[in-house]
Design a protein around this ligand. Structure first.
Ligand code: ADP
Ligand code: MG
Length: 366
């Protein structure tokens, strides 16, 4: 990450949001938030539909004005500044290309709008097209391109004037899965090559985990958790985060004085040591891939927590199989295991034991 130290000795963030909020009439689209983005960082806004991602992006870009709060870019207050002066570029899900213009003219558009001298325009457009692999396509119209190619034009049009901050709002949302994965790689490469600050919006958790330096997970117009992909996956702070990112088993229980948690059927499980008070009603979260399925013939391996039960279903999803078990104390727990051939996979009705280590448990508020 590149850094710029200001004269006053403070390192300015690429973007700092302070108490930023937005109401649409009576709808609180964004509760007041504080958020800093570092220079050169790839930050993803992740969250379900309606959680406020586009609103936040549009506030930063200046497409809409905030109800409260300020936006600092590189330490400067840009809250009242018109969008074009903020040095930001935007890529949209629906490409937003001008259909009657050629690829060249679409990419040249922001340069013309900024009154670039026409003799430099051609070189800049060709360089941007080169970067997105579209050299040779400059005379085509958007309708003569595939969806993936149209989005490359959208990206070229964004990077052509070298904005200091690049924002993308679900740019791959209209593409099929394979193309999406390929484009994820290309956007990451672009980020590395340009060294620019990226703010990327998606509702796809795998895309966010794969691409981001940090993820800002949003829910109902507020930040649910901000952290690295690892932090969100391995140390979710609350139930919403554990459920939105990856799969999770949630077991509710009450903390006992000895540090164990009493769960359904008066059974108990061990959880990592923490500042839980006796009697607290909490959730123990364990990821399905951390749950092992053990037979009865051998001692249970790999865990201090053991529950026996009966297989309810086993779904084969390629490399992994998802096995759901109803335990003796009437909990539904899912294990994700490396797939065996059909004859060796756990079949519904089979009696099994589930084991997991207490170090794989995350304790959450209810
Ligand atoms: N122009 C608008 N007028 C009224 N409500 C809006 C407007 N834009 C967004 N909203 C509301 O604000 C909330 C957040 O929307 P949005 O930022 O588009 O979410 P996301 O991009 O995460 O799907 C939603 O409840 C949405 O209906
Ligand atoms: Mg949106």
């Amino acid at each position: 990450m590149r850094d710029v130290t200001r004269l006053d000795g403070h390192t300015a963030h690429a973007i700092a949001l302070k108490g930023l909020s937005k109401m649409f009439g009576p709808v609180m689209a964004l509760h007041p938030i504080n958020l800093s983005v570092e220079k050169g960082e790839f930050l993803t806004l992740l969250g379900p539909s309606g959680s406020g991602k586009t609103t936040l992006l549009n506030l930063i870009a200046g497409a809409i004005g905030p109800t409260t709060g300020v936006i600092l870019v590189d330490g400067r207050d840009v809250t009242q500044m018109p969008p074009r002066e903020r040095g930001m570029g935007m890529v949209f899900q629906n490409y937003a290309l001008m259909p009657h213009m050629t690829v060249f003219e679409n990419v040249a558009y922001p340069l013309r709008a900024r009154h670039h001298p026409s003799k430099t325009i051609r070189a800049l457009v060709m360089e941007a097209l080169e970067r997105v692999g579209l050299r040779g396509f400059e005379d085509r119209k958007p309708r003569q391109l595939s969806g993936g190619q149209q989005q490359r034009v959208g990206i070229a049009r964004c990077i052509v004037y070298s904005p200091a901050i690049i924002m993308m709002d679900e740019p791959l949302g209209a593409l099929d899965k394979n193309l999406r994965e390929q484009m994820q790689g290309e956007i990451k490469r672009l980020h590395r090559e340009l060294g620019t600050t990226f703010i990327y919006v998606t509702h796809d958790q795998e895309e966010a985990l794969n691409m981001s330096d940090r993820i800002c997970l949003m829910n109902m117009g507020a930040i649910a958790q901000l952290g690295t992909p690892d932090e969100l996956y391995f140390q979710p702070h609350k139930r919403f985060v554990a459920e939105f990112i990856g799969e999770s088993n949630l077991i509710s229980g009450r903390m006992r004085a000895d540090g164990r948690m009493v769960i359904a059927g008066n059974r108990s499980v061990t959880v990592p040591a923490g500042r839980w008070t006796e009697g607290a009603e909490l959730l123990a979260m364990v990821r399905p891939e951390r749950v092992q399925i053990c037979g009865f013939d051998r001692p249970a391996k790999g865990g201090s927590n053991v529950l026996s039960g009966e297989v309810v279903s086993c779904s084969f999803i390629g490399g992994m199989s998802r096995v759901t078990v109803e335990t003796e104390n009437a909990l539904r727990i899912t294990a994700k295991v490396i797939s065996d051939h059909a004859a060796s996979r756990p079949a519904p009705g089979a009696r099994v034991r589930l084991c997991w280590s207490s170090s794989d448990v995350v304790v959450l508020e209810k």
